[in-house]
Design a protein around this ligand. Structure first.
Ligand code: TRP
Length: 338
């Protein structure tokens, strides 16, 4: 009997700055269970990081840290393809072709581009504007069907769909049109200092985010400083629209402890915010400590990491090469005689 062909999943995180608890709960954590049912590729998207200014040595370190983190979070290199984007040159090459299909107008309208242009006004480079096209290239190269990402990336996946459909219409059926695999609960983790904004690794206020490398005492301190709400119901641990700060902490607690929000509300009834915040911190620490230990162990084993990355890049390249060859032929480029 023919082996069942699994649908393909692709996702990636930039090795820029520190991965936050929001990135983990909203994206990376949900990758592990996908590995059994899908044919997964998980990529460290280092080329994307270059769209904001980087210190080269730090980018190199962050890239290896993130690779180890993927594995520590349960990505199994024997089940999934784990690789670094720049190791597979087809990403940049397909991006060029897709650049001729994407419109300036639609890239100019991207929320993240507008946002980053505001925050990096001194460095609005072409790469920043092109960022979503490179992301489309990541996804379309592998004919991925499902893209597990946080809410903030939905617009980019939609643009990828538009580009794929436009290319298919212009040059005949070539790309699988992908869709988001959204994790509702985890994709809305907010800043600890401003619960109207998402927890973002580019936040300038260090107290607003928990990073995956934070030590337990740092996590406790940040949680103690987290903004709560000063409504008439002060010190009542309840999930509601008029208590965005407390609701965010309840979401985090629920995701880290596995307890439902309703159960948590009952547990902390009448206990006050101090006790509650310490419990949220403890639930985060319980999740992060084993990951941190495993990441550290992996980073000390350079040979293993290099072997994983070498084999990941080889496997990814085989798929990418096939797609790019097809695309070059469809758009009318003369094949090279080898
Ligand atoms: N833009 C994504 C983010 O910032 C990272 C990314 C790049 C990505 N290429 C991708 C995510 C392809 C999913 C699929 O989170």
């Amino acid at each position: 009997m023919a082996e069942e062909v699994k649908k393909r999943v692709f996702s990636g995180v930039q090795p820029t700055g520190k991965v936050t608890l929001g990135n983990y709960l909203g994206a990376i954590r949900n990758w592990k269970p996908l590995q059994d049912n899908y044919d997964c590729l998980f990529c460290v998207v280092d080329l994307h990081s270059l769209t904001v200014s980087q210190v080269p040595a730090e980018l190199r370190k962050n890239t290896l840290d993130l690779t180890a983190l993927y594995i520590a979070c349960g990505i199994d290199p024997d089940k999934s393809i784990l690789f670094i984007q720049s190791h597979v040159h087809e990403h940049a090459e397909l991006a060029w072709i897709l650049d001729t299909v994407a419109y300036v107008g639609e890239l100019n309208r991207m929320t993240q581009f507008k946002d980053k242009s505001r925050r990096h006004a001194d460095n609005i480079n072409m790469g920043l504007m092109n960022y979503p096209v490179l992301m489309a290239s990541d996804i379309l190269l592998y004919q991925a069907e499902y893209i597990p990402v946080g809410k903030d990336q939905v617009q980019h996946v939609e643009l990828t769909r538009d580009i794929a459909e436009r290319f298919n219409a212009r040059y005949s059926e070539t790309f699988v049109v992908p869709q988001c695999l959204l994790n509702k609960a985890g994709s809305s983790i907010k800043s600890l200092q401003d619960p109207s904004a998402k927890m973002s690794k580019s936040d300038v206020n260090d107290n607003a985010i928990v990073t995956l490398s934070d030590e337990p005492d740092v996590i406790r301190r940040k949680l103690r400083r987290a903004v709560t709400d000063s409504d008439s119901d002060a010190h009542c641990v309840r999930h509601s629209a008029d208590k965005p700060g407390v609701s965010n902490l309840l979401n985090i607690y629920s995701l880290c402890s596995g307890e439902s929000v309703a159960e948590a509300e009952r547990r902390f009834e009448g206990k006050g915010y101090g006790v509650f915040k310490d419990a949220v911190a403890d639930s985060i620490i319980a999740v992060l400590e084993p990951i941190q230990a495993e990441q550290k162990r992996l980073l000390a084993d350079k040979g293993y990491l290099e072997a994983v990355l070498k084999s990941g890049a080889e496997k990814a390249s085989r798929i990418a090469q096939k797609t790019l060859t097809k695309v070059y032929r469809k758009v009318g480029l003369v094949p090279q005689i080898r």
